[in-house]
Every structure is written in C-alpha cells, then in structure tokens.
Design a protein around this ligand. Structure first.
Ligand code: GLA
Length: 787
C-alpha cells in the first residue's frame, strides 16, 4: 500500500511495516522511518530530525536553506561533493572530469504491480504489489535517478533498485552505483552476516556496530561464501523469537559490496549493490543503467520471523513460477560414490540400487564428457567420454529411465580447460591476459560469457546435451573465482566493466536456457554454496548448499543459511561413512535427520550397502515422501542454535499450524546429563497434538560387547556372527508417543525421555550418543477443524 501526502511525503506500508520518506524544502529526499507499521498521518514532519543551527566546521548545503547540512540528513540517495562526508551510494564522473553531484526531487509515479527487469533477475508476482518510482534529477548535469520501491504487502518486503538515466549533456561514467541507500537514526545495533569458505559456508557472524565503516564484499567475480550478499541489523537484545531486526538481501551473483557506516551523529547508513571495486560503466546521452534489486524486510518479532518473510518472498516471488510449491525429487548423485571412476555398468548398477531404495532421480555428475578422467581436462567439450559411456548419454539415459528413474546431469558451462578441444579452437574465449601467464583455479580458466559467440556456443551445446539425455534436472556448477580478468571481446575502455558484463552474460544464457527448457529443474552449485544467492535462485530454484555433507557441520551450515534461504532452496545429501570432508563417523540416521530439512538426496556407493543400511535408507525415504511438502515448503523456525549449544533444535510448521516436524541434534553425549525440554513455537495453543518420533535404528556394532546384554543371542565381537548380525539386525531406539496440548508444548516444551546414563538401556531410555539426533512429528488431533 502506498500513500502520498500533499507535502510530498511517501508512506509505503506492508502488512507489518512502514517506510516513510519526505521531500525537504531543499528538494532532497529523506527517510523519516522504516520499522513498525504506523498509522497513516497527513503530516509526518514530526519525524524529521536535523540540526537547526550551523555547527562548527560543518558544510551548509546552500545559503538559501540556512544551517541545513547533508551530513546529518537521512538521505535516500547519497552523493558526495555537497557536504555529506559519509560513504556515497552513487559516484559519477562527468565528461568534464568533475565528480560533484546533487540530486533533488523531480517527479514521482505509482504503478499497480511491478514491472520486471530486462537483463537482471528480479522479484515478481501480482497480488498485493505496488510500485513507487521517485525520480531525482541533477539539474546542472541533466542526469535522472529513478529510485524504485516495490511493496510486497503480504511478505512484508520492500524491493528497491535504482535506474540511472543520462540526459542529453554528455558522457557520464558510473564509478559506483549501489542498489539503495538507507539511513536510520539508530546505531545501537548488532550486525549479523553469514561468513564462510569452501565446505564451511553459512557461518553466523554477530558483532555490535561501531562508529566507522564495516564493509563486506566479494571481488571474486561471484557472490562467494566469504561474505554472501545478505546482512541483518538487529537490536542488541533481539533473539530468534523476539526483538526488532532488519534484513537486506541482494538479488545478484557477481562482485558485490555491503557497507554499514555509523556516523559521529549515530546515524547508520546501509548500502548494498555491485561492488565499486574494478567497476566503471559509461553511459552515453540518453542511455540508462539498472542496478540489481535488493529485498529489505523488517520485523519486531525476531530473527526467525525475518527469515519467514524472506522465505515467503523467495518461494512466492523469486524462484521460477513453475517450481513454486512443486514437489522436488529425491535424487541420487554419483559424485562421492565414484568420483571420476565409473562406466556405464557401474552407473546402471547404482541406478538399480537407487530405484529399490525409493529414489526418484539419478544424477550423473562430473566426468562424463571429453577425456575427463580427472579435473585437469575437457571443460568446454560437450561430447560424451566414449570409453566410459560407449552408448553415449542417450544410451545411458535410456537405461536409467527404463528403471523408472528420471535422468539428470552435471555441467560446468562457464569454464574451459586448456587441455580441451574447445581451447585448441578458441583460446581467445578464455578469460586471461595477453601478457601474463594465467593463474588457475582447479586447473581451469573462466569462459568469457561477455562474448555473444560464447553464449551461442554454450546455448547450442547445452541444448543438445539436455535433449540427448532426456534430462529433467541439471546441476550447474562453477568451480573457480576470477583472476587475470581480461576479455578479448570487449573494447579496451569496457574492460573495467567486465565483472558486471560477465554476470549479465550469464543471466542472459540462463534466461534463454530456462525459457527453452522450462521443465528442467536447475540446481545451482559453485563448489557447494559459493554462489548461493538470490540472483541464481531466480533461474534455479535450488542450490547445492555445501560440498560438506558431514551431519555435524551441516547443522550449522543449514542453520546459518536459513537466515535468508528457505528449505526449498537448500539441497542436502546423505553421504557415506566416514564423511569425505572431515573423516568423521556420524550415525546414518543423523545424516538423514539433517538432510531431511531441505531437498533430499543420497551421494554414496549404494551398491555396497549392508542389509541394515538398505532398510534404514528405505525407511528414511518413505518418511521423507510422506512429509515432503512440509519438509520442503513448511515454515522453518530456528529454536536453539548449534553455534551456541551442545543440543540444537529447529522445526518446520505447515500454514495452519496443524502439523509440524521438529529436528533435535546433539553434538556430544554427556555423562549423566540433565533434563531437557524442546520449547516449540507456532502451534495452536488450543489444539492437542499427537506426537511421535521417527522410527530410528542403531547398528549394534556401536555397543561393542555390551550388545550381549541387549539381544537374545550371545555373539563374539567382530566374529563372523557378530558381523552377520550387525549387518542385518535392526535395533530400534525408544518410542515417544504422546498427545500434548499446544500451549504446553510452547510454554513448557516437548519433553523427551531422559538420556542414557551409563546403566540400563530400554525402550523408555533415549540413547542419542555423539552426533545423535531425533525427528518428532506433531499432528493436531482436531482434524475436523482443518478439513
Ligand atoms: C564441485 C561440486 C561437487 C562435484 C564436483 C565435481 O566441487 O561442488 O558436488 O559436482 O564439483 O567435479
């Protein structure tokens, strides 16, 4: 909802938030409030704060506006040169080499709905969406800025971006063009961001704001996992379930910057957008430049609520419409099962095993093309590795599909190996300098997708692969950061725009492919979650969250990532034992209990499973299928953090709160531990819930010689019988079956049985163990109410 007062005050409302701006007498556009929803007023000027007298050495904007200084004003667009000494959100060099800008109110207009963007990923939809475009103008230089505000009422999100339009005076060069500027009068905040690295993405980083600048960026060419383009600003006492917080997420996959500055006057400025590092973009007369969009959201109800708002927005207004709320298949991926060493027979055997377990989609990972027997060759060559696949992709796909599985494939289109047919033909397509040896990442170079010929080549080759393989799923990988940035295709003066042009080229290719193959489910990957961002999700509704599938590490990775991303976007696999990333042994049930909160897959040699493992996996898959909608699209709430506790909890709830699933995870088994309560949220107080834990099994090997106290026969540890029995015997853990009122579950908690204390183990004692876990299902028994 957008309301506009006569005195040029703009009030943007979402269901629970208000964003208020005003045009000052000097014609600058300022922010008056972003936060809790306010009653609309015909006059909001009470909210405007500034100095009313000249102070010390400050710069007055203009004699006409006595004592008005931009440095203490909460601006909606910040430039330099007229007395604002904070970081500008827009920096332009004009044809006369001057850089002073002064943008003031020119016009505004309101549109029902939201226009899309031509070349950038963007939020979309119709219901409850309005657009306000406020145009500012630099009168001297004849440049227009369109500040775009889109309100998504139900999701409590405001999407912002900026369009810079050059008038008729001369060439201008953008040195910096952030997507938005937001100034607030609160500096007593905590900054929460996700930090990470390969196999350790999504780690939470909380720190108080201090005076000065905190900047998080990526210079890697991709959004990266070191500082992905998301931040949250929260009150110091905000927790998961209470307190005020703001979230900001950039819809972009290339170099970015997110900057927070606290001024001496305790004003906090936030910027986000394309990184100004190595960025220059020239606009001729009449040309325009569109920045990426940013989603901003506010809630007075804690971090989990902020995440719910982002999750709703992503599920309903960002991912491709055909994938919204559709069931995602359970897949098998052969990477950790075989790495590069496979042939058609091995793949078909894996397919057969997958089918018997209940898996729906078979994914052929790296190594199927060119001469690719390791990661040193063949990227760019889109023809089958005939030694491994004598019947080609189509032959393999046919056999896999005959088993009743869908067929999916791994590709890494943005890369080229110097040892490839493509490189022999087109060395000029690789990103590298003419006068230096290139630095390599995973032995490969980046393909120059600023070049339309490269895009055409990729479009045609990939289309052929997708068609030949009757592919229904594609894992789109990207395994190196940029170096030696130079494009043979771009003009010299365009080289400083390479990073952004690359991202635009990639988006263009993705647009074409996703339009041509709307039924293919694309999953984005960049050595795991190194390009997990809102930009990629516009084309590909799910991302390979991390190459790390260790059940313990994955808890914190998924917990962290969930601040921005919903379960439907996070691919999560059960892999082998020990974990290939940390060599840790974790129970197979825990590997599932973590992966189940996401898009489930299996990635281990399933032709070599014991009878015990087969039964366990079949059970897991059947459980996931039964609760798939909830586990993929339910509302995810973080209850207790793995970053802070030995036990962590999270839960997922359906929309009318009649059903929920709770995940409980333990790091280490404590001796003689205390009583536990898992306090739940988002249930109906008046309902009674039937609760049951998922049936789980422990391999009896775990108990060593103690097993003789538990099973009816006596066996010699590590002997033949012990081995045979442990491969088959299904030792079931305790059962938890209760009916509990919703108000008790929320105020007192789900009260699991007491843990094993070193004495007896029976059906009323909960043995969790190191890295152990449980899943509890809750169903309201007032079913009629929800019919
Ligand atoms: C990346 C991906 C892995 C796998 C390999 C194949 O590292 O993240 O999942 O696909 O590439 O080379």
């Amino acid at each position: 909802m957008i309301k506009i007062n006569h005195a040029l005050e703009f009030h943007l409302c979402t269901k629970n938030s208000s964003y208020v701006m005003k045009v000052l007498p000097s014609s600058h556009l300022v922010n008056l409030h972003y936060g809790k929803r306010l009653r609309h007023q015909e006059d909001f000027s009470y909210l405007y704060q500034n100095f009313n007298t000249d102070i010390g050495n400050s710069t007055s904007y203009h004699e006409q506006f006595d004592s008005f200084t931009l440095d203490t004003t909460r601006l909606e667009l910040a430039t330099s040169g007229k007395g604002d000494y904070r970081e500008p959100s827009l920096h332009i060099e004009y044809e006369d080499y001057t850089t002073v800008s002064d943008f003031t109110y020119h016009t505004h207009r309101v549109i029902k709905g939201k226009p899309g963007l031509e070349s950038l990923p963007h939020a979309h939809g119709t219901e409850g969406i309005e657009t306000l475009i406020i145009t500012l103008r630099d009168k001297i230089k004849d440049v227009y800025l369109h500040l775009n505000y889109h309100t998504f009422y139900e999701s409590d999100v405001i999407v912002r971006s900026m369009t810079i339009e050059n008038g008729q005076q001369g060439l201008i060069t953008l040195e910096k063009a952030m997507s938005f500027n937001f100034d607030m009068n609160n500096s007593q905040l905590e900054l929460i961001s996700l930090e990470g690295k390969w196999i350790r993405e999504g780690q939470l980083n909380n720190r108080p704001l201090h005076k000065g600048i905190t900047s998080m960026d990526s210079k890697k060419g991709v959004s990266g996992s070191s500082h992905p383009p998301f931040i949250c600003l929260a009150d110091k006492d905000t927790g998961e379930l209470h307190g005020e917080c703001y979230g900001f997420g950039l819809v972009y996959s290339g170099n970015h910057q997110c900057l927070v500055e606290v001024s001496p006057y305790d004003l906090t400025r936030v910027h986000m957008g394309i990184s100004p590092f190595d960025f220059r973009w020239t606009l001729d007369k009449g040309e325009h430049f569109q920045t990426p969009e940013v989603m901003m959201t506010f809630t007075p109800s804690g971090l989990s609520q902020m995440s719910h708002q982002f999750h709703n927005m992503i599920n309903n207004h960002l991912i491709p419409t055909q994938w919204q709320h559709t069931d995602r298949p359970i897949l098998f991926n052969n990477w950790e099962a075989t790495y590069f060493k496979f042939n058609e027979k091995k793949l078909v055997d894996l397919g057969k095993a997958a089918k018997t377990l209940g898996i729906e989609l078979f994914v052929l990972d790296d190594g199927w093309f060119g001469q690719r027997d390791d990661d040193k060759s063949s990227l760019g060559d889109f023809f089958e590795h005939r030694k491994k696949l004598p019947n080609g992709l189509s032959g393999l796909s046919k056999k896999i599909r005959a088993l009743g599985l869908d067929f999916g494939i791994w590709v890494e289109p943005e890369m080229i190996s110097t040892n490839s047919e493509l490189y022999k033909k087109h060395p000029e397509w690789a990103v590298q300098l003419l006068d230096r040896d290139p630095s390599l990442g995973r032995h490969q170079l980046v393909l120059d997708v600023t070049n339309p010929d490269v895009i055409e080549y990729l479009f045609k080759s990939l289309s052929k692969v997708f068609k030949d393989g009757h592919v229904t799923y594609v894992k789109w990988d990207m395994n190196r950061n940029f170096s030696d940035v130079y494009s043979n295709y771009l003009k010299d003066k365009e080289q400083r725009s390479f990073n952004h042009r690359y991202t635009l080229g990639l988006y263009h290719l993705l647009n074409r492919l996703t339009e041509k193959f709307p039924k293919i489910l694309f999953e984005s990957c960049s050595s795991g979650g190194n390009r997990f961002d809102l930009g990629m999700l516009y084309y590909m509704p799910q991302t390979w969250t991390s190459d790390n599938t260790d059940a313990l590490e994955r808890q914190s990775i998924q917990y962290g990532m969930s601040h921005l991303f919903p379960l439907s976007t996070m691919a999560a696999h059960v892999s082998g034992d020990p974990s290939h990333q940390v060599l840790r042994h974790t129970p197979i049930e825990s590997r599932f209990n973590v992966a189940a909160f996401g898009i489930l897959g299996y990635e281990m040699d399933i032709t070599k499973l014991s009878v015990f493992e087969k039964k366990v996996i079949k059970n897991q898959i059947a459980y996931y299928k039964q609760h798939r909608k909830l586990l993929q699209y339910g509302q995810f709430t973080r209850l207790q953090s793995p970053f802070e506790h030995n036990q962590s909890h999270w839960m997922v709830t359906n929309s009318n709160q009649s059903e929920a699933i709770v995940g409980y995870y333990q790091k280490l088994q404590e001796s003689n531990s205390g009583f536990e309560a898992i306090k739940l949220k988002h249930l109906n107080s008046d309902d009674d819930y039937d609760i049951s834990n998922r049936t789980q099994y422990i391999n009896i090997r775990h108990f060593g010689p103690l097993i003789n106290d538990e099973i009816p026969i006596n066996v010699k540890v590590n002997g033949l019988i012990h081995s045979m029995v442990s491969n088959r015997y299904m030792y079931e853990t305790e059962k938890f079956i209760h009916t509990v009122p919703g108000d008790q579950l929320m105020s007192i908690g789900l009260l699991p049985q007491h843990q094993f204390v070193g004495t007896e183990l029976n059906e009323n004692i909960r043995y969790v163990g190191d890295y152990g876990s449980r899943i509890y299902h809750l169903q309201s028994n007032q079913e009629k109410k929800y019919d």
